[in-house]
Ligand binder design. Structure first.
Ligand SMILES: [Cu+2]
Length: 179
């Protein structure tokens, strides 16, 4: 019943259907296209009962200058690639950009047990084009891996999808101004 109520809430014309799931999801699933955004991924459980040992986020094309937030006890690494379309930031032409961010527990003491949740954040400039964006996340555990990479064939409901990618809805700037 609670899930039903939560998934029935409409906001600025968009159906927010994924707030009630555990999985790996953005804590803020609505953002303004073309804005700076702090993306916080909430890891709601492990792989089955197994503790989480690493989280790897694929930064989608058009997300500019992604910066991870350091996390105590977790080793941070990023992967950069040459851009097909260089862009301008603070008067400089950017030709390569972060395409992957990874947090890896430095020891057993920092593993994230299935009975607990945690959050992993990055900061980025979002694309100007409104619409849904799916972000792929790899969750590694002591045993096993969850690849959060499945997307629905149409729409944005992840109901019935076993390992959905994390959804972020980019809103046109006009839609948020009356809030
Ligand atoms: Cu889940």
């Amino acid at each position: 019943m609670k899930n039903f109520l939560i998934s029935s809430i409409f906001f600025t014309g968009l159906l927010i259907s994924n707030l009630s799931t555990a999985h790996v999801v953005f804590t803020d699933q609505l953002a303004l296209a073309g804005s700076y955004y702090k993306g916080t991924l909430r890891v709601g459980h492990g792989c089955g009962d197994e503790s989480t040992t690493a989280i790897t986020v694929k930064i989608p094309a058009g997300f500019e200058g992604a910066k991870p937030q350091p996390k105590f006890g977790w080793k941070l690494s990023t992967k950069k690639e040459l851009l097909v379309k260089p862009y301008n930031s603070h008067g400089k032409t950017i030709t390569e950009d972060v395409v992957e961010i990874r947090w890896e527990a430095t020891s057993k003491d920092f593993y994230l047990p299935n009975e607990q949740f945690d959050e992993f954040s990055f900061f980025t400039h979002l694309p100007n084009q409104p619409g849904p964006v799916w972000v792929n996340i790899k969750q590694e555990c002591v045993k096993g891996v969850n690849n959060w990479a499945d997307v629905p064939t149409s729409g944005t409901s992840t109901k019935g999808i076993k390992n959905p990618a994390a959804l972020l809805e980019l809103l046109p700037s006009s839609e948020l101004h009356n809030h």
